[in-house]
Design a protein around this ligand. Structure first.
Ligand SMILES: Cc1cc2nc3c(=O)[nH]c(=O)nc-3n(C[C@H](O)[C@H](O)[C@H](O)COP(=O)(O)O)c2cc1C
Length: 299
């Protein structure tokens, strides 16, 4: 989760607890990505990957910095890059695209993807589809022979049980982990998650050219009124940008604690986030909820 929500501390904690920890590189310079991967690598022998949006202008440099520092896998969404398959193949590292349709899932498999992340409309951040996960997932499980990781709206062990039962080989969770002790989001950001109700979860128009799911704030009210804040400085961080406002600036502000003038990305499942546990506590809880769901279905 960008910008700077999933950094080395969160990725390390997830990897140490037996998951796959992901460092989000969008909005970082390549050197910062290299530092984050190095930090995580020095703290865990578990699996640590990176996620970078194809839409980012320095996509190649950021991915290559992560590969040089020993990232275990690369996840890429918000666009499709043929080149990243080659960079990953050369580094002998799995490449995992984020897909929102059978067409892109098939294309990914043909280009050599090791797995795909299927992200439904419930997800937080930029959205590549308007279809719910439970609609999309069966089609994609049917269409490809590589592992399928499901994302969007998964918040509890019971959700994981249900989604694996639909044929997914794994799950990717965002929002639930943004509100953990090890997440690098500010306290104000995490508190917005805990306090969020259904009325707070909205869609915004991102200058990336995609809709984004976020929490209502004074900033999103300004956007809704068509009152776009002036771009103070532009480093052309995106390949293509609508330039209505600077989304990186707004995401960074929220990550640092200015949730009034910043943008807090969150998925639908945020309404079921009621606390800020450590990653170890959360994963223990998810396993227990999964066990209870599996016992209920056997009874
Ligand atoms: C705060 C936040 C930031 C995110 N940033 C990214 C990102 O940089 N790249 C990406 O591919 N997905 C991003 N996502 C999407 C998540 O990786 C994940 O797929 C999605 O949130 C799953 O839905 P969930 O939040 O209901 O678990 C972000 C989500 C959130 C909540």
């Amino acid at each position: 989760m960008a910008v700077r929500i999933s950094r080395a501390p969160l990725a390390t904690a997830v990897a140490e607890a037996g998951g796959i920890g992901i460092i989000a590189g969008s909005g970082m310079e390549p050197e910062e990505m290299a530092d984050e991967v190095r930090r995580a690598r020095s703290q865990t022998d578990g699996v640590v990957g990176v996620n970078v949006m194809v839409a980012v202008r320095k996509f190649k440099d950021i991915v290559q910095a992560a590969l040089r520092e020993g990232a275990d896998l690369v996840i890429a969404g918000a666009g499709f890059s043929r080149d990243v398959f080659k960079w990953c193949r050369d580094a002998d590292v799995p490449m995992v695209p984020i897909v929102g349709s059978v067409r892109v899932a098939n294309l990914s498999e043909r280009f050599g993807a090791s797995a795909v992340v299927v992200e439904g409309f419930e997800a937080g951040g930029h959205l590549g589809t308007d279809r719910p996960l439970k609609d999309l997932l069966p089609e994609i499980v049917e269409a490809v022979d590589i592992p399928v990781i499901a994302a969007g709206g998964i918040c509890t062990g019971a959700d994981i049980y249900e989604i694996l039962g639909m044929g997914a080989d794994g799950v990717q969770m965002g929002s639930r982990f943004a509100a953990t002790v090890e997440s690098s989001a500010s306290d104000a950001f995490k508190q917005m998650y805990v306090d969020a109700t259904e009325e707070d979860v909205i869609l915004i128009k991102s200058p990336v050219g995609l809709p984004g799911r976020a929490l209502r704030s004074p900033f999103t009210e300004r956007l809704a009124a068509g009152d776009y804040p002036r771009i103070e400085s532009c480093i052309a961080c995106l390949r293509e940008c609508g330039k209505d406002y600077c989304i990186i600036d707004k995401l960074v502000r929220a990550q640092e604690g200015d949730v009034e003038r910043g943008l807090v990305f969150a998925g639908n499942s945020v309404t079921r986030v009621h606390d800020i546990p450590t990653v170890a506590e959360l994963i223990e809880r998810l396993c227990e909820e999964w066990r209870q769901a599996s016992e209920r279905s056997c009874a």
